[in-house]
Design a protein around this ligand. Sequence first.
Ligand code: LLP
Length: 427
Amino acid sequence: MWKIEPPLYNRQGNLHLGKSDLVELADRYGTPLFVTEENRIRENYRRLNDAFTRRWNRFRLYYAVKANNNLAILNILRQEGSGADCSCIPELQLANLANFRIEDMLYTGNYNSDEELNFAAQLGVPVNLDDIDILDRLAKFGLPETICFRINPGFGKGGFDKLVFAGPDAKFGITSEVAERAYARAKKLGAKRFGIHMMAGSSVLDVEYFGQVTDRLFEIAAGISEKAGIEFDFVNIGGGFGVPYRPPEPDLDIERVAAEVTDRFKQRFEGAGSVPYLYAEPGRYLLCDSTVLLGRVHAVKFAGKKFVGTDAGMNILLRPALYGAYHQMYVANRMNARKKEKVNIVGQVCENSDILAKDRELPVTEEGDVIAILNAGAYGYSMSSNYNTRPRAAELLVRDGEEFLIREREDLTDILDRQRLPGRLLK
Ligand code: LLP
């Protein structure tokens, strides 16, 4: 969306998200501020869900809670019919608080502690295991009826090297040989239902890849079925569906992705006695373009280059500093400006990696302007921190011009909340 496209609009020179004027919201709620458009999340969910369900009706989505753990977002997705993919105990607890049923949750941890395994066993949540040894440790606490293993299909793909989660260097998953033993063991220990899972990479815009990696998972699944004598209730292809961040990246053609994946299901299972469910667990695709991060320009400096300093630095949006990620930006109050220049958009953290955009062409910017950073809905708030003792941002949900503050801005109380001072240090 390199032209201004819905849910973004330019009205009288101010950037709007849906019906909400982002400049006005920055004035009223302060910055840094994440503004999320509810209808967009629902549209994204429906587009993805429809594309798959039309082709393979035994399909289920599980929202990957790690993308953003706000209860409002969890509840929106639950209302749409989503399940919840959780990576740890607090995410399971949040899904519970958002009224997801236990059977609508998945628990995919890695290098789990005994405490986590015990919690999962007591909850009875379907568990996705990352190693055969963890199965035996889990069995000590009681084996859930449904057992799934995360497979390393041998290759993966990601928007950055750091977002490739499979292949020889990955810390995730088990090989097909280990998997054959693992499922046989789970069967012996009394597991009733079985699933198979992979999550080979994130932020992928290559349509064919989704078919290729599904092929590989099916090959591995067939070997396991034969060797361990089990049938799979579900095949979980993970998340990974990319969104365009950087011009001129195209939208991911989700209809074609669904066709690539479901064609493989049809080839293998159409007319078969037992037909598995297809699961996917997207995070990015559902949330990314629903949310704009707003930062206020506090100071502009010329030092060889022009540096535009905002309060939305790496503490608020880590992706540019961590991955070199590109986020499209606008000056929200200068949408009609003609005169442009190349600037560096930076934050206020004492690190030189606190640069959100390098040599970016933007309207001539002054103190008081509002920088709008797009595609901040997934892994934005959830990866933010208190680094440099800066409170985390607020999150605002908008829909049809109405707004609701779904997470208050932090202040010093939050930073002090858990700190304890030994009395002797008061002297
Ligand atoms: N399932 C599992 C087991 C995962 O680990 C993840 C993401 C997902 C599903 C959802 O993946 P998605 O649909 O969002 O690609 N911090 C990075 C992204 C890391 C993703 C980690 N796992 C970023 O900012 O781009």
